[in-house]
Design a protein around this ligand. Sequence first.
Ligand code: GRF
Length: 239
Amino acid sequence: MSSSTEAPRDPLSLVVLISGRGSNLQAIIDALGRERIPARVSAVVSNRRHAGGLALAAAAGIPTRVIDRDECRNRDDFDARLSAQVRALAPDLIVLAGFMHILNPDFVQAYDGRMINIHPSLLPDYPGLRTHERALAAGAREHGASVHYVTEELDGGPVILQGRIPVSPRDDAAALAAKVLEVEHRIYPLTIRLIAEGRLRKRGADVLFDGHRLERPLDLADFATTDPHDAGARVSPAT
Ligand code: GRF
């Protein structure tokens, strides 16, 4: 039997890698449950046995795997196990959500264009750790979060989408972290939506959005939302 209508595509299979509390994981799970995003979290992998995000995944009925760094013989052993585990899960997209491990270059290359990370700063500002403290120390007027494709350079891959917040003179690092985290919880599901809809891809060092090379990252403010929880409702961003 043939049909003239095209069969719906399978949802994008996501594997989320975590090390900690998993609030970004939860935001992704919530958005996938709430919005029509053609993606599903197939598994969550943690490199820490006691990562809080494992319970969040289990509560959502998502399979979990643990490759505890402390239980591996050495770094190579860990990397080999991680790589074998992820390969077995065969994800369309790897989502790093607070995964505290510098990935080995072979792994990064194997998933070039199919692995994204979220970072709590407006990259290229403040790669690495303690971003909020560093933004305050620099007297930054604006701060935020970025989602980027993962390359071998730490927090250095092409930036896809950012969300900005003003820095108030009253902000300390904790206050800033809380505000940035809210932004993270919006930009990560939105990025996943755009990838799942086939609107984003990486070509070399570039990000293509609707087939056009981005000259600067997309900005959350370019996406209209009627409901603040619906990070996916959108209009055309100015590119
Ligand atoms: C987030 O701030 C993320 O940007 C950084 O690690 C943190 C993870 O938080 N890469 P959570 O585990 O998602 O709550």
